[in-house]
Design a protein around this ligand. Structure first.
Ligand SMILES: [Zn+2]
Length: 67
């Protein structure tokens, strides 16, 4: 199953400035939900595979394993 995100909103457009995608380390014009540079496809892939899900959804509800 593949995740498809809706990044049509202005909050996902970095006004023509390119920053390094935090997933693949290549320049991207787009921003993720946290306002950090990333490609839409990279985030979709990350969410699909749940590899970087914690980093993407970092917030008060972030999962943390207590030892
Ligand atoms: Zn990328």
């Amino acid at each position: 199953m593949v995740t498809h995100l809706d990044w049509s909103g202005p909050e996902h457009w970095n006004r023509g400035r390119r920053k390094t995608c935090r997933i693949c380390r290549k320049p991207s014009y787009l921003l993720d939900d946290a306002g950090r540079a990333a490609h839409k496809a990279c985030i979709e892939d990350a969410v699909t595979n749940r590899r970087h899900l914690k980093a993407i959804t970092s917030g008060p509800r972030s999962e943390r394993t207590t030892a």
